[in-house]
Design a protein around this ligand. Sequence first.
Ligand code: AP5
Length: 197
Amino acid sequence: MVNESKIVIVGGVPGVGKTTVINKALELAKAEKMKINTIVFGSVMIEIASELFNIQDRDKLRKLPSDKQKIIQKEAAVRVAKQSWNRLTIVDTHYTIKTRTGKYLQGIPSWVSNALKPKILVIIETNPDDISKRRSIDNSRLRDEEALDLVKEHQEINRTSATTICQKTGALLAIIKNKQDLADEAGEKLFIYLKSV
Ligand code: AP5
């Protein structure tokens, strides 16, 4: 059997609402009895972080030294590739991760993109103001407070990263705006892209 890539990577800065948008798209898929596998890359990483470094809190992952994050990331890519083999799969992840020192770590370096061979890359974006508000009211997570110009910078860097991955892999690139209180609309767009795979 040919291993045809059916992976759609969905990323965006923390708190932009990517998990919310994915869940909206999954509701639409369920209504049409369409099977979509979803893997949260950060959850696979935390499993590995727990096995290797005794770290259990996902918000502590990005604070680890970057060498350790890369070891975890590499193993996570192998596990995610196995779990998504030949199945339409959303991989919920980050194009870049802001580390403790403010430097950006690539979320999909070559060892991740070579393992996953994504078909479509989706960036979820919205304006920095809304992201900042969403982070502040989301009590489920320990979110970093960030100046608006830095949120803007992070979103710009994500575009550059995603474009580079597309150049290397031939994946298609899509940008979805998750406007305030309009996550349904964003979910519908994502669902259309999923149906195109
Ligand atoms: P991960 O597990 O991906 O964190 P996450 O919680 O899934 O994602 P985010 O923090 O990005 O939040 P979100 O954008 O999904 O927002 P949400 O939908 O919750 O990552 C965990 C860690 O794993 C990372 O920090 C990193 O360290 C590591 N990691 C992951 N991938 C990696 C990789 N490839 N390489 C290295 N490390 C990696 O929504 C937030 C809030 O906004 C909610 O309250 C929601 O109700 C609200 N909201 C959403 N949409 C709207 C809207 N339209 N209007 C109003 N409110 C809205």
